[in-house]
Write a protein that binds this ligand. Structure first.
Ligand code: XMP
Length: 301
């Protein structure tokens, strides 16, 4: 590869994090990672990425703060597919802009793993689009000349995790549940606003914290909170309230194509519910999603 440069979109998820570590071992500072904060991330996620990659491992990282831009473009959009398309487009634009500033780059690295390869093949088939996948396709013209580097292309998730641990990534990062590219936007039913993101972030943090404390994080495949901005009636003191609903979802699965809802212990659910209604302003009701996939999907949008 000589002195040529490689750029990688780093999300903080398992696949792109392991790709970053591996490439840094291979080509050192010829690698530059680009991290886009789209305002749709979970609590403290952006700081965590900067802490691990920039400060701990000293990997060259360009961090783009694009929240305002994403919120502006998402204003008024409530259709799930439209939201996904907007986010995909804005991501590519932010990424390409940051990449141009780096100067001459020859390679584009991606954290593609084996199941993604299989999935993208089946997406080209005749089956109807269930959800548009923003990771597939759609690079701007001037980036298409870049050569692709996909070092994890033949690995399954558990192999990627083992590799991540060997490369020194923190346990919590390697064992993270999957998080969708469009982030909190597909966990807020309807329009995405900064206020709704803030509320959902707080509820989600409580849920994950309690799941971790109870030793259930690694016993469930994916867990998260969803914001339903439909107002329901409640009572607090002698006042009537008219506030939002938080739905909790936790699933058990191996391939994410089918999933069962996780039988979380009652006491854990009770603690999460009471903490959310007490600590998150604007929520007066918490429900637990007991739907299997199929027919329900894992995400709500
Ligand atoms: P569903 O909701 O389709 O989710 O049952 C299956 C898995 O895919 C994740 N997911 C996404 N990931 N972009 C992504 O990168 C998306 O638009 C998207 N939609 C769903 C979901 O979190 C679950 O792990």
């Amino acid at each position: 590869m000589g002195g040529k440069r490689v750029v990688l979109g780093l999300s903080g998820g398992v696949d792109s994090s392991v790709t970053a570590m591996l490439l840094y071992r291979a080509v050192g500072r010829q690698l530059t990672c680009i991290f886009v904060d789209n305002g749709l991330l979970r609590m403290h996620e952006a700081e965590e990425v900067r802490k691990v990659f920039q400060r701990q491992f000293k990997i060259p990282l360009v961090s783009v703060e694009a929240s305002a831009q994403f919120y502006r473009k998402l204003k008024g959009a409530s259709d799930p597919e439209r939201k996904r398309k907007i986010i995909g487009r804005e991501f590519i634009e932010s990424f390409a802009r940051a990449a141009r500033r780096i100067g001459r780059v020859d390679f584009l690295a991606q954290g593609t793993i084996y199941p993604d390869v299989i999935e993208s093949i089946s997406h080209q088939g005749p089956s109807a689009t269930i959800k548009s996948h923003h990771n597939v396709g759609g690079l701007p013209q001037n980036m298409r000349r870049l050569k692709l580097v996909e070092p994890l292309r033949e690995l399954f998730k558990d192999e990627v995790r083992q590799l991540g641990l060997k490369l020194g990534l923190p346990w919590e990062m390697v064992m993270r549940h999957p998080f969708p590219g469009p982030g909190l936007a597909v966990r807020i039913i309807g329009e995405v606003t900064p206020e709704r993101c803030k509320l959902l972030r707080s509820a989600d943090r409580i849920f994950i914290e309690e799941i971790r404390n109870a030793g259930w994080y690694e016993r469930t495949s994916q867990a998260f909170a969803v914001l339903l901005p439909v107002r329901t009636v409640g009572v607090m003191g002698d006042q009537r309230t008219y506030q939002n609903v938080i739905a909790l979802r936790a699933v058990s699965t191996t391939d994410f194509m089918t999933a069962a809802w996780t039988r979380l212990p009652e006491e854990l659910l009770a603690r999460v519910s009471s903490r959310i209604v007490n600590e998150v302003q604007g929520v007066n009701r918490v429900v637990y999603d007991i739907s299997t996939k199929p027919p329900a999907t894992i995400e709500w949008e």
